[in-house]
Ligand binder design. Structure first.
Ligand code: F6P
Length: 345
């Protein structure tokens, strides 16, 4: 493959199918320019004045460091230049309404896994783009199937963009000399079988019986149910785990568990689980809570959490089967309760 197709040229080529003067393409371009700046800040670390200073707490009560605040500023400033009606950001408690007549709404996690930066581990920006429905706010409470596009920038040894657009998952790398993203893989497909799992094993005592049984089967290796010796990985950085799965298959689990505040897992539906599920499905994989397909879920509130099991289709199917007959730790969030109960529930 010759590596000469820039993101701009790619989006230009996609424009006929996306619609004339595509607003989705414009938003992706805005995000990419912010990601170039963010990538430079992250790479320079303390040399750019970013030294991991504590900057309070975010919408979900997680500690915020200086780079979280800066990432949010950069990404939201970029989105304000695009045809965006509203933004839900992990770092901001309330949705931001911009031009309520604009065509798109964006949910974003400006810097997922930022605590990993202290250890020089890959982190990323995750985004989900939807067409505005009747009003900007209610757009976010439609199921994940309403997403037009989704993706993530990964700031690691390379800065990459994983883009789910038009039912294809394509990968770009940042060429630091030209400061442009260049296409390196088109139509990524996740192998349907896997012998690799990723889960935070330290939470084992809190899992439900289905997750426990699945990991038991994996640990039994060739003598167990799945007849293969499994490998385990846990980076603690969602974007890095997703990239590994896209490259070589595997299954990632952040399940609901019995800890206080984990009855719907840890990850956020609108800007973590929904975009990851779109990427997985359009690459031939799957994503589920163990009971429901992630893309069928609707958020009840902007920062709602959801259990996330994603990756190779067969592993996700096995986990769905194991969940049948196991008592749920949480109530299904298929119904868009937001519409009935209000924003601050
Ligand atoms: O949501 C933030 C995040 O860092 C994800 O990127 C990652 O998958 C998860 O949290 C790790 O959680 P834990 O520290 O509980 O293993």
């Amino acid at each position: 493959m010759d590596y000469s197709l820039t993101l701009d040229a790619y989006l230009g080529g996609a424009t006929p199918s996306l619609g004339q003067g595509s607003s989705v393409a414009t938003v992706i371009t805005c995000l990419a320019s912010a990601a170039v700046e963010l990538s430079e800040l992250i790479a320079a670390g303390p040399l750019s004045g970013i030294d991991g200073r504590d900057s309070g707490t975010n919408s979900g009560g997680d500690r915020q460091i200086d780079i979280d605040v800066e990432a949010n500023r950069l990404m939201c400033a970029a989105l304000r230049k695009g045809p965006v009606a509203a933004i839900v950001s992990e770092e901001t408690e309330l949705p931001e309404i911009l031009d309520s007549g604009a065509g798109l709404c964006v949910a974003i996690d400006p810097l997922d896994g930022s605590a990993n930066l202290a250890n020089n581990i890959s982190v990323g920006t995750i985004f989900s783009i939807r067409r505005r429905s009747r009003d900007a706010l209610s757009t976010f409470f439609e199921p994940g199937t309403a997403q037009q596009a989704a993706g993530c920038f990964i700031y690691g040894p390379q800065t990459t963009l994983v883009l789910a657009l038009e039912h294809s998952v394509d990968i770009f790398i940042l060429d630091r000399r030209s400061r442009e993203f260049v296409l390196i893989r088109r139509g990524v497909r996740i192998p349907s079988d896997t012998a690799e799992f990723a889960i935070n094993m330290s939470n084992r005592r809190h899992w439900n019986a289905a997750v426990d049984a699945y990991i038991d089967h994996c640990l039994l290796g060739a003598s167990g149910e799945y007849g293969e010796d499994f490998n385990m990985r846990w980076i603690g950085s969602l974007v890095a785990e997703a990239y590994r799965i896209l490259m070589r298959g595997g299954v990632f689990l952040y399940p609901a568990d019995a800890r206080r505040n984990y009855h719907e897992g840890r990850l956020r539906l609108l800007y973590e689980a929904h975009p990851m599920a779109l990427i997985m499905e359009w690459a031939g994989g799957a994503a589920s809570t163990g009971r429901d397909r992630i893309l069928d879920l609707s958020a009840r509130m902007p920062h709602q959490r959801a259990p996330l099991i994603m990756g190779s289709a067969r592993a996700v199917r096995d986990l769905n089967l194991l969940h049948q007959g196991v008592q749920p730790l949480y109530e299904s969030s298929k119904a868009p309760l937001f519409a009935r109960r209000g924003l601050f529930l």
